[in-house]
Write a protein that binds this ligand. Structure first.
Ligand code: ARG
Length: 457
């Protein structure tokens, strides 16, 4: 098939060059956006009398037919036609004749490809943010339902202070809400029309870019033709939002893996979301969570890949930029797949609430509450910390729990300690008392969930 740019060439392109430079094998998925953009462009060309109205009508009809052919799987993508833009344009010319060649007036593939990726990302982000919303709702629902469950909270992966399971879950809900907001915000910079910038310098034709922006529902028209065709910030921003999101997913996955271990036994993962071992019959492996953690690597890789591709490029368009698409596609796919898996798996996780509570009770996790008790009785915090440390040391030496100590034993550490100390050393009392804004008491967590759900609306 004849190449659309073959005019100035004497020799045929080498096969290896066709193989090396093609992008149709992966950019074919932009077909819908490419046609959508071309239809808007043809309408504008006719409105501005840059091409005759009847030619534009033929072009649009032809493009719509191609749309149906591709949607029906009846279109043959050709490697020798390099990319999606030239595959569709060639098919159009083949279909309606030379008049199809008028479509490429006042545009270039450089602004066309930038347009297609922006349209694609706009749709992907809409899907991703709606999936994120479902996930956040699921977390808030579980947090609300399991409001009373106490578990150990950790720092340094050492038991630190008792917390509510709901507080732990809502921590992730807060991360996911920030992720969602980041994607929504990126949309502002994605939803800007680059088409009409042409190769790099704009055009001599009296185009109406605002009209194209309206047709394609863009919020604005890009300001600088050179920037428009050489900018991939919007794709990098998408990858960076996705990377931060996957980092959150990976932390959650790590906890699910730890919590489902025999050692923690905090949760049981649903059978349908785990796999067995081919050699060890007793095993139930948390593969889904492991792959969530694992796939985070490829998303980070995509961000670094495109950042690296872009870093040395002189203005304006360079063919290197064709390498933008695979990392972006792979990331969108990975993020959606991960969200779908998590939304389905998470509500089916069984929390071993007794084990969580027992583990919280077994630790000296209310030691800080004793220190705060002493502070309320007038002891400076540093001294209170020291005294409490000695109490814990004593318990360890005597193999006792904080609740096993008698009042005289407590008094031997500080005579400000009275009988009321026992009201502060239980994990439930400790959690109930954490009523500071954003704290882990049931009433404050409930308020948090309420505000959270309101924000989701
Ligand atoms: N396939 C190309 C890409 O993805 C389209 C733009 C080609 N432009 C050019 N001047 N060769 O970047």
């Amino acid at each position: 098939m004849k190449k659309l740019w073959s005019g100035r060439f004497k020799e045929k392109t080498a096969d290896i060059v066709e193989q090396y430079t093609e992008s149709i094998s992966f950019d074919n998925r932009l077909w819908k956006y490419d046609i959508e953009g071309s239809i808007a462009h043809a309408k504008m060309l006719a409105k501005q009398s840059i091409i005759p109205k009847k030619d534009a009508d033929k072009i649009i009809k032809g493009l719509k037919e191609i749309y149906t052919e591709i949607a029906g799987g009846r279109f043959k993508f050709r490697q020798e036609l390099e990319d999606i833009h030239m595959n569709i344009e060639s098919a159009l010319i083949e279909k309606i004749g030379e008049v199809g060649g008028r479509l490429h007036t006042a545009r270039s593939r450089n602004d066309q490809v930038a347009l297609d990726i922006r349209l694609y990302l706009r749709d992907e982000i809409k899907e991703i943010t709606s999936l994120l919303k479902n996930l956040e709702t699921a977390f808030a629902e579980i947090a609300e339902k399991d409001l009373g469950v106490i578990m150990p909270g950790y720092t340094h992966l050492q038991r630190a202070q008792p917390v509510l399971l709901s507080q732990h879950l809502m921590a992730y809900a807060q991360m996911f809400e920030r992720d969602r907001m980041r994607f929504v915000d990126a949309l502002k910079r994605i939803n800007i029309l680059p088409l009409g910038s042409c190769a790099l310098a704009g055009t001599t034709f009296p185009t109406d870019r605002k009209y194209v922006a309206e047709l394609l529902k863009f919020d604005a028209v890009s300001e600088n033709s050179m920037d428009s065709v050489s900018d991939r910030d919007f794709a990098l921003e998408f990858l960076s939002c996705a990377s931060i999101f996957m980092m959150h997913i990976s932390r959650l996955a790590e906890e699910l893996i730890l919590w489902s271990s025999e050692e923690f036994s905090f949760i049981e993962l649903p059978d349908a979301f785990t796999t067995g071992s081919s050699i060890m019959p007793q095993k139930k492996n948390p593969d889904v969570a492991e792959l969530m953690r694992g796939k985070t690597g490829r998303v980070y890789g995509s961000l670094i890949s495109l950042l690296t591709t872009m870093k040395g490029l002189p203005l304006a368009y360079n063919r290197d930029m064709q390498e933008d698409k695979e990392p972006v596609f792979d990331t969108a796919d990975t993020v959606k797949l991960t969200l779908n898996a998590l939304v389905q798996m998470f509500p089916k996780i069984k929390f071993n609430t007794k084990r969580m509570k027992d583990t919280a009770d077994a630790a000296f996790s209310t030691a800080t509450d004793i220190a705060e008790y002493l502070v309320r009785k007038g002891v400076p915090f540093r001294t209170a910390h020291e005294i409490t440390g000695k109490i814990v040391r004593y318990c360890i030496d005597k193999n006792k729990k904080l609740s096993d100590l008698s009042t005289p034993e407590y008094k031997s550490f500080s005579n400000v300690i009275g009988n009321d100390i026992y009201k502060f050393i239980g994990t439930a009392e400790s959690v109930n008392a954490k009523k500071s804004y954003g704290g882990t008491s049931p009433s404050t967590v409930k308020e948090q969930i309420k505000r959270f759900r309101k924000g989701l609306k």
